[in-house]
Design a protein around this ligand. Structure first.
Ligand code: ADP
Length: 456
């Protein structure tokens, strides 16, 4: 029906306000009117009943009745009549009906039911209330008291009140509609902004921000939207950087392979040169294979779920030791497993193994011959940590913030034979984060490096 949120809200508020006002104006005022009439009726009925009781013994003694009626009827604001049991008027405050037979609806009803009755009449300029009460002597109707009085003042009071309420209500409706238009536009304006920003993102314009500074839910939504758009932009930027890094990393070994093969094709080489060149080609192919393997690991990391199980760290390190033993021997490096026994962590066994292998492999790769490596696991209260410490070549402080970035390698010349692609620590950090843990590094150039994983 309404395509705009503000119109919808204005309409809805309008309806709610109208219903409230109609309820107040009609039902409550009607109730007020009824209660005023009821109060008035009660007052007159009480009076008529008392009066009936006073005159019940004088109903056949007209002169005593007249004197009593004049005496007690003085205080009443209205016309008081006393009828005999045939309906003839014996007393009339205004005297004009004396001797007249009156038999209207209320009188008849009171005679028949032996009970009081009431009715309302409208004359040209007045509202009249008529009340009848039978005068009873031992359950026999011997006469009737009739009081008629004007209730115009009550009608006027109620009418005045109704006019005032309608006046105030109309002003309230106008104010409410203006307010609902203002609030409606206050809500729909930022929603429109958010919609147009979302459309921009849909079109590929990432990092689109909305300029909404409010402290309510819409403000929070805008803040979340801005953060989301920023994250999307960063993700896209990283994705593009990653593709360009991968291309670059693939290009270098491919170019070397091509150069080596071309020089073999063009030159007149002996078998030793062929062997030497083919060895280089083989190394470059190994490097490519390693790179592709790492890339596959990165890709799989984003898809595969973490399956946590208890891992006994001391044994895990012992089994890794067997794998890296040939590398250790090559450089005559001494690796000590200083893990306290029976420390269990809860993690994905395969992935935790990958982390440890990567860190130990780096500690070997970036170590000197005859160097030392210490792997330790400690538990202090509920805090568990794993440390891989070496006394190798170390890193300078300015490099440390970047070593966990993908394809980041420090000064490529110092590790020409390491075969690293700069993805290892990136994978380590991702796995650690996927577990909800954290990793930090302490290192000094020429002195050594220590990686610490804080397990939660
Ligand atoms: P790579 O495959 O090149 O080893 P990593 O991501 O594992 O890539 O490491 C990134 C860089 O951090 C490496 O190029 C290396 O220079 C430095 N690095 C990592 N571990 C150590 C270490 N234990 N000692 C010194 N330098 C290290």
């Amino acid at each position: 029906m309404f395509r705009k949120l503000s119109l919808k809200m204005t309409f809805l508020y309008g309806i709610i306000i109208m219903i409230t006002i109609v309820y107040i104006d009609f039902f409550l005022i009607m109730k007020y009117e009824d209660s005023q009439f009821y109060k008035n009726e009660l007052e007159y009925l009480t009076y008529a009943n008392i009066f009936g009781k006073i005159i019940k013994d004088d109903i056949s003694n007209v002169s005593s009745l007249i004197s009593k009626t004049e005496q007690y009827g003085e205080g009443i604001d209205g016309r008081i009549l006393v009828l005999d049991n045939g309906g003839m008027v014996i007393f009339d405050k205004y005297r004009s009906f004396v001797g007249v037979n009156l038999l209207n609806k209320e009188i008849k009803k009171s005679f028949e039911s032996k009970n009081e009755a009431r009715g309302y009449y409208k004359t040209d300029d007045e509202y009249i209330m008529m009340i009848t009460t039978p005068v009873l002597q031992v359950n026999e109707v011997v006469g009737m008291v009739l009081i008629s009085t004007s209730v115009t003042h009550i009608k006027e009071d109620v009418e005045n009140l109704r006019n005032q309420v309608i006046g105030i209500s109309s002003i309230a409706v106008v104010i409410a509609i203006i307010l609902s238009i203002i609030t409606g536009s206050q809500i729909s304006k930022p929603v429109r902004k958010l919609t147009s920003a979302s459309q921009s993102i849909q079109k590929g314009i990432l990092n689109t921000k909305v300029d909404i500074s409010r402290k309510d839910e819409i403000g929070k939504l805008a803040l979340t939207f801005n953060k989301m758009s920023e994250e999307l932009y960063k993700l896209d930027k990283n994705r593009r950087m990653f593709i360009s890094d991968v291309s670059h990393e693939l290009k270098t070994p491919l170019a070397s392979i091509k150069a080596l093969i071309e020089s073999l094709i063009n030159g007149n080489n002996d078998i030793d040169t062929y062997n030497e060149y083919l060895k280089d080609v083989n190394n470059e192919i190994d490097r490519l294979a390693n790179l592709v393997k790492s890339l596959l690991t990165v890709a799989r990391l984003e898809e595969v779920k973490i399956n946590k199980e208890p891992i006994e760290l001391h044994n895990e390190i012992q089994s890794i030791l067997k794998i890296v033993n040939p590398l250790l021997k090559e450089k005559n490096i001494n690796l000590i497993n200083n893990c306290e026994k029976d420390i269990d962590i809860f993690g994905d066994k395969g992935k935790v193994r990958e982390v440890l292998i990567n860190l130990i492999d780096n500690a070997i790769k970036y170590n000197k011959c005859n160097g030392n490596i210490e792997v330790s696991c400690t538990q202090r209260m509920w805090k568990k940590s794993i440390r891989v410490k070496d006394n190798g070549i170390g890193m300078s402080e300015k490099e440390l913030p970047f070593i966990f970035d993908n394809f980041y390698r420090i000064d490529k010349s110092r590790q020409s034979d390491s075969g690293g692609s700069g993805i290892g620590l990136f994978i380590v950090k991702r796995i650690v984060e996927l577990h909800g843990w954290s990793i930090r590094v302490n290192s000094k150039l020429g002195e050594g490096t220590e990686f610490i994983i804080d397990v939660k």
